[in-house]
Write a protein that binds this ligand. Sequence first.
Ligand code: CA
Ligand code: CA
Ligand code: CA
Ligand code: CA
Ligand code: ZN
Length: 377
Amino acid sequence: MRASPVRLVSSPVLAWLAGLAVALLVAACGPGTIEEIDPDGGQTDGGHDGGDAGPDGGGDIDPNQDSDGDGLPDVWELSAGDKARLDPNKRDSDGDGTPDGAEDYDGDGLSNLEELAAARFTAIPAEPPPHPLRRDLLIELDSMSGRAPEEEALLMAARAFAALSLQNPDGSSGVQLHVVPDERDLPAQEFDGSFEQRWAYLAAHGPEMNDGLSPPLPLRKMVHVMAVARRADIPDRGGEVVAADSDPEQAGVFIYRDVIEANFPACERTMPPLLPAITVLEMTGSTLIHEVGHTLQLGHDTAAGGGVNSYNIMAVPGSCGEAQMRTHGADNHDPDQGATEETGEPRFSAPAAQLMRWTRKLSVETAAMEDEDGYEM
Ligand SMILES: [Ca+2]
Ligand SMILES: [Ca+2]
Ligand SMILES: [Ca+2]
Ligand SMILES: [Ca+2]
Ligand SMILES: [Zn+2]
C-alpha cells in the first residue's frame, strides 16, 4: 500500500533552567497516514551461498555447511537452540509456509537471514552478535570531527535497551543495541534549519557499507544516527528526529553535541538533598536513547510515550528536578516507571517498551513518523 508520508515540522523549543535551555524535542507530526511495511522486507529467498558442502561422513564441522540450503549455516541454526524454529535439516522448520531465512521469530524487524548478516558488522558493544530469538536494534553512527559520543555513552544506551521489559522467544528479556560507527571525522558544520539541508546530509551519509557477501547486510533496517555540531537557527536544541517527505534515506536522528557541551554539566544541587550534576556524557547518552525511542515510534509524555511520567526517558524535563528524575531516577524505586535510584541511569518505562514498533523503525527503510492516535510527537 502506498500512502502519503508525513512531513515533520519543528515544534517550538522548550526552554528550561531559566534560560539555560536544552530542547530534546522532536518535530511535530501533522495529521498523517501510514505506509504498511512488509515485516520481512520481501526477503524470502533461501539463496544458498557458497555451495561448499561439508566433508562427508562427519569429522570437522564446516562452519558454512547448510544442509537444508536455506542460507542459514547448520551451526548457526543449531546455536539458536530451538529446533522447532531453526532445524538445520528443514527449510521451513515450523511448517507455516515461511522459510526459516525469512522468519522474524523475535519480532525485531530483522529476518533470520538479516540477523545472520548483521553479525558481520563491527558494533559497540561487540558481543554477542544478533540473535534470531532475541530482539536486536541496529544503528549506524556517523560523527562530525570531535562530536562522536563517548563509548560509555553508547554503552549507557545499550544498558537502557537491554533493560527493556520485553520478553524474547528464547526466554531472555530486553533488546541488544548494536551501534556501528561508520564515518567518524566528517567536517564540522552547522545546519541552517532548512529541512532540505538535513535531509540531504542524512542521504549523503546513509548506510552504504557493502562487503559483497551473501546474505546482504541489512542496511535498510538500520536507524541512522548522526552526531553533529548544532543548528544555528535553534542553538539550544540537543537532538531531534528528522523524517522525510518520502525518501527513507533522508530520515534519521541528529545529536547536537555542541549544544549539549555548552549546557552541561548542569542541575547539581548543593543543598540537601544533594544531587549530582548531569554530565555531558549522561546527557549525550540520554539524548541518544530518547531520540532512538522516537525512531521506534514513541511519543513524549503522553500515552504515546509510555505514560505521563518523569522517570521515563521519553519525558521532556521542564526543570532540573525533572531532569534529575529522568536521568538519575531521583526518588524512584520502581523500574517499571523508568530510571531508579538503584540504577541511576536513563530507562524506558514498561509501557513505553510495549509501544515500541520494531517493524516501523524510522530508518532508511521507513520515512514517516506515525500519528495513529492523534498525538503530537
Ligand atoms: Ca540451513
Ligand atoms: Ca516457517
Ligand atoms: Ca528477527
Ligand atoms: Ca534478533
Ligand atoms: Zn523527543
